[in-house]
Design a protein around this ligand. Structure first.
Ligand code: ADP
Length: 320
């Protein structure tokens, strides 16, 4: 069983307009609302990969009910902590010419008893997990070290963790020694406080993150694929060129692929192929957190994973 953690989920609302400007009213007949937040996307993709998953985090108010019902309809298991506050909405307004506005609500303030409730749930269920994925931002009222605490709890019980967040939350989480972190280039640059312009700088930056505490790092580079630097090997992943419809959620789909690979104890090559195939397959769909299993299968055949030299020696291919 994979446990997924989404502390700040959202209802993602999309409005498509011909065009928009300030001080105007628009009628819209092309709009949608879906259960979102990075960890919710991860949960949906793990479920599509036919792996057992249970979603954890905080839900409240009408939007919380919406997300709960959405997962129930899809028969996805969840055990959320229900809160007094209201789950946030994230609004995306898109015009035909490609302009967009995004409004991200900050979300509810979580109470101390609600945090204790979540931590107790995780502690009680920890032995049923092989992997935990931890995604996204931390809501107000929750201390910055919560991911570090969850990772410590998982490490003590032999459960692998995949961490995908940014800035201070990522930095703090890394100090808990997560099994894997999956930053993109921007997030890695923030972590090391420097820009990255070439492969050498990139590999050096990844090594720095391992020194900070992460046991493995998967640096995702959008359509340029991924670098993976781990305890047992360093690899470059090259992905095929595809017609991308909507790459939003590709990082989350990649995390889902990693979670499933770890739960299935795949070797490092197949792990990197599955994780990237999920990211690419998501980019090929309009809907966020949606993959076609046929596409995943076909993409895995076309994704190349090569061992790379680092520090003057070739790193051996080994189990991830
Ligand atoms: P994030 O969403 O966290 O920024 P990325 O954009 O790096 O993550 O995407 C994660 C993975 O998804 C990439 O490593 C790649 O395998 C795949 N991917 C992302 N964008 C594209 C794209 N435009 N075309 C093909 N594959 C993509």
């Amino acid at each position: 069983m994979i446990g997924t953690i989404t502390l700040n989920p959202s209802v993602d609302r999309r409005y498509n307009l011909k065009t928009f400007e300030k001080n105007n009213i628009y009628r819209c007949n092309q709009y949608s609302a879906t259960a979102g937040g990075k960890g919710i996307n991860v949960t949906k993709v793990i479920d599509q990969l036919n792996e057992k998953v249970c979603a954890y985090g905080f839900l409240g108010g009408f939007s919380g009910d919406f997300i709960n019902q959405h997962l129930k309809k899809k028969q996805i298991q969840s055990d959320f902590t229900f809160i007094n506050g209201s789950t946030r909405s994230c609004i995306n307004i898109l015009s035909d010419d490609g302009d967009q506005v995004e409004i991200l609500e900050s979300g509810p303030v979580i109470g101390t008893d609600e945090i204790v409730n979540l931590m107790n749930k995780l502690s009680n269920k920890m032995d049923s997990f092989s992997v935990i994925t931890i995604s996204g931002s931390i809501p107000q009222g929750v201390n910055l070290d919560i991911y570090c605490k969850i990772i410590n709890m998982a490490n003590n019980r032999g459960v692998k963790t995949v961490l995908d967040t940014s800035k201070e939350t990522l930095l703090n989480g890394i100090s808990g020694r997560p099994y894997l972190v999956k930053p993109n280039k921007e997030e890695l640059e923030w972590l090391i406080g420097n820009t990255i312009n070439n492969e050498e700088q990139l590999l050096k930056a990844c090594r720095q993150v391992l020194k900070m505490g992460a046991r493995n790092i998967a640096l995702s580079l959008g359509s340029k694929g991924m670098y993976f630097i781990g305890e047992k090997g360093s690899y470059r992943v090259t992905i095929p060129r595809v017609e991308a419809k909507n790459p939003v959620g590709s990082g989350d789909s990649t995390v889902a692929g990693f979670g499933v690979s770890l739960a299935r104890e795949l070797d490092v090559i197949d792990t990197l192929k599955l994780a990237n195939a999920c990211g690419v397959a998501n980019a090929m769909e309009m809907e966020t957190g949606q993959i076609s299993l046929n596409n995943v299968k076909e993409l895995m055949k076309r994704i190349e994973v090569s061992s790379i030299y680092y520090g003057g020696r070739e790193i051996e291919s080994n189990n991830f």
